[in-house]
Design a protein around this ligand. Structure first.
Ligand code: ADP
Ligand code: MG
Length: 396
């Protein structure tokens, strides 16, 4: 995968840069600018090299036509603040405003095009439609840089087809993300421990399937643990349970045993009658969850057990909170496991949108992890071992 350095002299070159600027908005206010921040280093590298940078991105899920509430205008403003420079904003994607805005750029300047998904061809399933949109985008640039890690699993015009239309490279974010994942997927130092949690086991079947072939230990917490506990014959009360996955989970338990993978489940659970911030909680053994209670976090003995299983790890991947970390009474398991992951003497990678959010929300030191992925869905697809169109296309 080529990097920006391999694109040659960038001075005066118009670089079309796909970034992931899909931020949460409350009216015009960006409530979390993490993705805008993550896009800055690549933009700065390009402007420092004298490129004329044309940033392309999407916001939300408009239905292929302009809608004011999905305008990227507030993002252009925030990006300008973070760069400490004006960001020219084009009121369309491939129309007159875009052409004029790009033509007016001087070397080292930055423009942002309006939401790509205001054009239905961006996400079309029809290759010719997407190709036509990519060809119109390609007229606005000389080179293409792919840095929207959160969208590289999408076969979309600005992610996939544009890379076929122009000389291309991967941006710093896409490089860092893919390097982190290829290290843990292809070349892990051992012991290799994966910690999985989150709400539904059915969301993570592909991840478990792929990682069972690679890891030494698999620690399972969060809502998905209860389907495993039930598969082992325990009653789980009102906890999250996916009855239709019991057979699959039993197969995982067997496969783990056959392969010598240590599959570790909670031994105690924080339970409450309701999911609320002032719920009365108690800790019960995983084998004795009362019928009228829900398991909402792993208990203290499980925290100790998981810490022990992580202590000698050389590679750790963590995906999925250990409990309902959004509420204080059920956050301790996630906090303690996150700290244990960050303390690992080796490579620690956090994947999953809510897991990364948990690290931030719980005020943990983000720098203590080797890598915290910015891509929720993408990181899961990588952990599933899937080939992602937006990455494959950059290899050619
Ligand atoms: P990620 O986005 O990191 O992949 P998921 O989306 O799979 O994670 O799961 C995150 C959600 O799982 C959180 O909103 C959290 O509240 C919920 N969750 C974790 N443990 C439980 C539990 N025991 N019961 C209900 N929900 C849970
Ligand atoms: Mg999630």
């Amino acid at each position: 995968m080529r990097g920006i350095d391999e694109l040659g002299d960038l001075r005066g070159q118009r670089v079309l840069l796909r970034s992931d600027l899909n931020v949460p908005l409350d009216g015009d206010t960006i409530t979390d600018d993490g993705r805008v921040r993550a896009s800055v280093p690549t933009i700065q590298q390009l402007t420092a090299a004298g490129a004329r940078v044309v940033v392309m991105a999407h916001l939300g899920r408009p239905k292929g036509t302009p809608e004011a509430k999905y305008s990227l205008a507030p993002v252009a403003k925030r990006l300008g603040e973070l760069l400490g420079a004006d960001v020219a904003f084009a009121a369309d994607t491939v129309g007159e405003s875009a052409r004029k805005t790009v033509a007016a750029l001087a070397d080292g300047e930055v423009a942002l095009l309006e939401n790509l998904r205001f054009d239905a061809r961006e996400t079309s399933k029809d290759d010719a439609e997407r190709g036509a949109f990519a060809a119109e985008l390609a007229e606005l640039g000389d080179l293409f840089v792919s840095d929207g890690f959160g969208v590289v699993h999408r076969k979309q015009a600005s992610v996939y087809d544009l890379a076929q239309a122009l000389p291309h490279a991967a941006g710093l974010l896409v490089r860092a993300e893919t390097q982190a994942f290829s290290k843990v997927l292809d070349d892990p130092e051992r012991p290799y421990v994966v910690v999985l949690g989150g709400s539904k086991v059915s969301d993570k079947l592909g991840v478990i399937d792929n990682l069972l072939e690679k890891v030494d230990r698999l620690l399972i917490g969060g809502g998905m643990a209860f389907t495993f506990l039930k598969a082992q014959g325990y009653e789980v009360g009102g906890s999250l349970l996916e009855e239709d996955q019991l057979d699959t989970v039993r197969e995982y338990l067997t496969r783990a045993a056959d392969r010598g993978v240590e599959l570790v489940l909670p031994v105690d659970v924080v339970v409450a009658a309701d999911i609320s911030a002032d719920a009365a909680t108690s800790v019960v053994p995983a084998s004795a969850i009362p019928a009228d209670q829900k398991g909402l976090d792993i208990g203290p003995a499980t925290i100790e057990l998981f810490r022990g299983k992580l202590a000698d790890a050389k590679t750790v991947v963590w995906n999925g909170p250990m409990g309902v970390f959004e509420l204080a009474p059920f956050a301790e398991g996630t906090r303690q496991v996150a700290i244990a992951v960050s303390e690992v003497d080796g490579t620690s990678v956090v994947g999953g949108g809510d897991s990364a959010a948990a690290v931030r929300q719980l005020g943990l030191d983000e720098d203590a992890f080797t890598h915290i992925s910015t891509g929720g869905g993408v990181s899961l697809e990588l952990l599933e071992g899937k080939e992602l169109p937006g990455l494959t296309v950059l290899e050619s």
